[in-house]
Design a protein around this ligand. Structure first.
Ligand code: GLC
Length: 534
């Protein structure tokens, strides 16, 4: 079956399916155990065949990889572990030729401590203009031995580190990720230049890392629970930054997706005003437990908060920071919370997989764009990483209580029978792959009509070829308790059964796709979803 052609319009992003590639773990082209751009280029036909409209690449820039590339030493170079800038340019063009747009990931809140600006700031010493690009301050107490304030870290641990000359610098994440001073015009200029640099290389969009954290209260006051405004989250002057970014993007027809974690829907929507970001990740939906009432409220809330600003919603089930969907949905607590991650939380993989299949049909039928994180289409579970192989700073900074995020970053299995499941042909992958992963390999799943991969391929094809998906209204239909049923334009219907009982289907002409078999009476079993043409 030939894949229908991707839609090719300026507002492609309003209902695109965007696949997230974590380059380090996608495919290893040069055999050094780390995924790279050569690996991605070789696997582009896989992505085209899957039927995605765009790929978001987590950072591929020069980086010591302390935080998986979110510690950038040079935003205009590709890390040699991943390839070269020329290769990135080729990749962007080759993907585009296959109908796939590229989204790069810009990290504006902080740089790597190996970035030339930070090295210069350290060398130049207190009071220098170089230090003004960051937040350097003397410490408190008689000998300045206490940090300048008590801000909690986004990762656990301290947010200030003292340098040998006695000053301290701010880092909301790890010490290797010093925060930039966004009140400084050079910081703003530099990032607008970086945006231009990548738009000129043909990228269609930019994901903005930690997008709500950039600007800080200049007084750097102590943290007071519930303080409004917050000293470093969602400050009003941030919108000014994004308005200038939008002007740059508009020169190129580029689009933004912001990583905005904010519980307040009204504050969240401000980032999506017509002269700011085009879209932002929907973390309310991602963190929502597998419960009909909560999901319905999350969907309604999302649509209601986006409508006034005219922005499309995004639907996300997982990414490189959170527990894989099939594992999360197979646990007693099916929600996601960074603070609650623990080793050894039991999960039922069969139940989780059934729910993840239903969730895929749910998300792909909602109005807006959808993000699919690499391996989600394979139904990969969260992997248990042996303690001595964990690399994520989140684990170390929690003093070992948090397993960290490596379990969702394990190199992909491509071929069941090959060494390293075909991830690469040389060295062992940078994170170990579980011994049981042959059954998840792409080649195995391609041949299996009941696999997660087959479900995703079918769903993405239908999403392109059938009317009613993407942008447009959603109307809830009457349904039994804990069953979500809604209509989309052109009589497209989606029903998801989150109850413990089989559910009857609304009248329909055709069944387009089901996440699992219907029962003998033609009813929808628990944790199953269908798309119907009414
Ligand atoms: C974002 C990224 C995460 C990274 C953090 C610091 O949350 O998604 O992976 O650790 O920012 O850059």
């Amino acid at each position: 079956m030939a894949a229908p052609t991707p839609h090719d319009t300026d507002d492609w992003w309003r209902d695109a399916v965007i696949y997230q590639v974590y380059p380090r773990s996608f495919a290893d082209g040069d055999g050094d155990g780390t995924g790279d751009l050569a690996g991605v280029r070789a696997r582009l036909p896989y992505l085209a065949d899957l039927g995605v409209d765009a790929v978001w690449f987590t950072p591929w820039y020069l980086s010591p990889l302390v935080d998986g590339g979110y510690d950038v030493a040079d935003y205009r170079t590709v890390d040699p572990a991943f390839g070269t800038l020329a290769e990135a340019e080729k990749l962007i063009a080759e993907a585009r030729a296959l109908g796939i747009r590229t989204i790069v990931d810009i990290v504006p809140n902080h740089v790597s401590d190996q970035h030339p600006w930070f090295r210069a700031a350290l060398a130049a010493g207190p009071g220098s203009p170089e230090r003004e690009l960051f937040h350097f301050r003397p410490g408190r107490g008689p000998d300045g031995a206490r940090p300048p304030n008590d801000w909690p870290s986004q990762f656990s641990g301290a947010t200030w580190t003292r340098v040998p000359d006695g000053e301290w610098y701010l880092h909301l994440f790890s010490p290797e990720q010093p925060d930039l001073n966004w009140a400084h015009p050079a910081v703003r200029r530099e990032h607008e230049d970086i945006l231009r640099f990548w738009f000129e290389r043909g990228v269609a969009g930019v994901r903005i890392d930690s997008a709500a954290l950039l600007t800080k209260d200049p007084a750097l006051p102590d943290f007071v629970e519930g303080a409004d405004p917050h000293p470093y989250i969602d400050r009003d002057d941030l919108h000014d930054v994004y308005r200038s970014w939008r002007a740059v993007a508009d020169e190129y027809g580029g689009v933004f997706v912001g990583e905005v974690w904010l519980p307040d829907a009204e504050r969240f929507a401000r980032y999506l005003r017509p002269d700011e970001l085009h879209t932002a990740f929907n973390f309310t939906f991602l963190t929502c437990p597998w419960e009909a009432g909560r999901l319905r409220r999350a969907i309604d809330g999302t649509l209601a908060e986006h409508a006034p600003v005219g922005a499309p919603a995004t639907w996300v089930l997982c990414n490189h920071d959170v527990t894989r969907t099939v594992t999360r949905y197979g646990r007693a607590d099916t929600g996601f919370d960074f603070a609650a991650k623990r080793f050894g939380t039991p999960a039922d993989p069969e139940l989780g997989t059934r729910r993840a299949r239903a969730a895929a049909l749910l998300t792909l039928a909602l109005p807006g764009s959808v993000y699919v994180y690499q391996g989600e289409e394979l139904g990969l579970p969260e992997a248990d990483i042996p303690l001595d192989r964990i690399q994520d700073p989140m684990h170390f900074r929690s003093r070992g209580t948090d397993p960290g995020r490596d379990g969702c970053r394990v190199p992909l299995p491509w071929e069941a029978g090959a060494r390293w499941y075909g991830f690469g042909a040389g060295d062992e992958p940078w994170l170990p792959q579980p011994a049981t992963w042959a059954s998840y390999a792409v080649d195995r799943q391609s041949a299996d009509p009941g696999s997660m991969l087959t479900l995703y391929r079918r769903a993405l094809r239908l999403r392109r070829s059938e009317d009613g998906f993407g942008d447009g209204p959603l109307t809830w239909l009457p349904a039994p308790r804990d069953v979500l049923a809604f209509a989309r334009p052109h009589g497209l219907l989606c029903v998801v059964n989150l109850s413990g009982e089989p559910a009857g289907l609304p009248p329909h002409e055709r069944l387009l796709l089901a996440s699992g078999p219907l029962d003998a009476e033609g009813r929808l079993p628990p944790d199953t979803a269908v798309w119907l043409r009414g």
